[in-house]
Design a protein around this ligand. Structure first.
Ligand SMILES: Cc1cc2nc3c(=O)[nH]c(=O)nc-3n(C[C@H](O)[C@H](O)[C@H](O)COP(=O)(O)O)c2cc1C
Length: 348
C-alpha cells in the first residue's frame, strides 16, 4: 500500500470541523483584531444637526437588499458551520435575525458538500423562516465539479443567495490552504452567469479594493461585501491557530481598510449593492458606512460571545447597535437611509 506523503494531508471533514472549532476558540480567547490598522471611519464625522426635524420614534431603517426587505440594513456576518457548537451558534444568530428582521450569512458550506452530519449545523430555516439567508463557499474551492453539490447544499438549508469569499491571504497563512487563485476571476464570472442563485462576493477582513473591484466590472454578481481591514484579521487568526503565535506581524496588519475599500468599490462599481464589513462595531460605524455609500453593514466576531449564549443575547447586542444607528440618523436630520446617504459626512 502506498503511504500518502506527510506534506499532503487529506482534508477530512473531521479535520475541517476541528479547524472551525479552533477558529471559534481563538476568536473568543485571543487578540485577533488589527492592532495598528483601523477601519478609517474615525476620520469621518456625521453631520450633527441641532435642528433636526425628525421624530426618533419614526426613523425608518427599512431597506431592500438582494430582493428582500430588511427592517434594518444589517447582515449577521458569515461565521461558522460543521461542528455541533457551530450549529448552536448558527441557530442563535438565526433566531436573532428572525426577531429583528435582518439578514444572515452562513459560514463556509464546504464541509456540507459531502458530509450529511455537518448539514444539521447549517439548518436554521425552521427558526428563521423569513430571514434573507445567504449561503457561503470559498472562491478557492469554487470549481465546475462542486457546483451541483453547492446547489444541493444551498437547497437543503433554504438559502436565498450565496456568498463567495475570496481570501488569498488567509489561505496562504493557513496550514494546507488552497493557494492557487489562478483563473479564479473567469471561474467566478462563469459561475455568476449561470448559477441559479444571486452571488455576493466578499473578503474575510483584508478588503476588496480598487484593483479587485475593477476585475468585477463585467461580472454578473449581485453584491459585494468589501470586508475590509480594521476588525478581525484572519491572517492573525490563522497564525495563532497554526503557530500559537503571530510569526509574521506585518501580514497580520495587511489589508485595505474598510472605509477605503468601501469608497474604492463605490467609485469603481457605481451601481453595485455594497455591504461594509470588517471592524463595524457600533451603530455610529454603521451610520458612517451607510453615509459613505454602503447599502448595508455586516458584523461577525463581536456576535460570537453572544451567539454561544443564546438568541436573546444576540438580539440584545444587535438591538443596541440598531438603537445607536437610529439615534445617528435622527440627529443627522435623516428620517430614512436615503436621506442619511444624501446628508454626507465631514472628513477630519
Ligand atoms: C469565527 C469566525 C468564522 C468565520 N468564518 C467565515 C466563513 O466560513 N466564511 C466567510 O466568508 N467568512 C468567515 N468569517 C469572516 C467574517 O465573515 C468577516 O468577514 C470577518 O470576520 C471580518 O468581520 P469582523 O471584523 O466583524 O469580524 C468568519 C469570522 C469569524 C469571526
Amino acid at each position: 500500500m502506498t503511504k500518502k506523503p506527510a506534506e499532503q494531508p487529506e482534508f477530512t471533514d473531521a479535520a475541517l470541523s476541528v479547524r472551525k472549532l479552533r477558529h471559534i476558540d481563538v476568536c473568543l480567547t485571543q487578540a485577533v483584531e488589527y492592532t495598528h490598522v483601523t477601519t478609517g471611519f474615525e476620520r469621518y464625522r456625521l453631520r450633527y444637526n441641532a435642528l433636526t426635524q425628525t421624530n426618533l420614534a419614526a426613523v425608518d431603517l427599512t431597506t431592500e437588499f438582494l430582493g428582500a426587505t430588511l427592517r434594518a440594513p444589517i447582515l449577521v456576518g458569515a461565521m461558522t458551520g460543521g461542528a455541533e457548537l457551530s450549529g448552536l451558534i448558527n441557530r442563535n444568530l438565526a433566531g436573532a435575525a428572525q426577531q429583528l428582521g435582518v439578514a444572515m450569512m452562513l459560514g463556509s458550506q464546504r464541509i456540507m458538500l459531502d458530509d450529511e452530519v455537518a448539514t444539521a449545523s447549517f439548518e436554521v430555516r425552521d427558526i428563521a423562516p423569513d430571514v434573507l439567508l445567504i449561503g457561503n463557499i470559498g472562491l478557492a474551492q469554487l470549481s465546475e465539479s462542486i457546483v451541483p453539490y453547492l446547489a444541493k447544499a444551498l437547497g437543503r438549508v433554504g438559502a436565498d443567495a450565496v456568498a463567495v469569499h475570496t481570501n488569498p491571504l488567509q489561505e496562504a497563512v493557513q496550514p494546507d490552504g488552497d493557494t492557487d487563485f489562478s483563473g479564479s476571476v473567469p471561474r467566478l464570472r462563469a459561475f455568476a452567469e449561470t448559477f441559479g442563485y444571486p452571488v455576493l462576493l466578499k473578503e474575510v477582513g483584508h478588503g476588496i479594493g480598487a484593483v479587485a473591484a475593477a476585475q468585477l466590472r463585467d461580472c454578473r454578481i449581485a453584491a459585494v461585501d468589501v470586508a475590509g481591514a480594521g476588525g478581525t484579521s484572519w491572517a492573525r487568526v490563522e497564525q495563532l491557530v497554526r503557530y500559537g503565535e503571530v510569526r509574521y506581524p506585518a501580514l497580520a496588519e495587511w489589508g485595505v481598510p474598510t472605509a477605503q475599500a468601501l469608497l474604492e468599490c463605490r467609485a469603481t462599481l457605481p451601481g453595485m449593492p455594497l455591504v461594509a464589513s470588517g471592524g463595524i462595531r457600533t451603530g455610529m460605524d454603521a451610520a458612517k458606512a451607510l453615509a459613505l455609500g454602503a447599502d448595508a453593514v455586516s458584523i461577525s466576531r463581536p456576535l460570537l460571545p453572544a451567539a454561544i449564549q443564546s438568541a436573546g443575547a444576540v438580539t440584545d447586542w444587535v438591538g443596541r447597535f440598531i438603537e445607536e444607528l437610529t439615534i445617528c440618523l435622527h440627529c443627522c436630520g435623516a428620517g430614512d437611509l436615503a436621506t442619511l446617504k444624501a446628508s454626507g459626512l465631514d472628513s477630519l
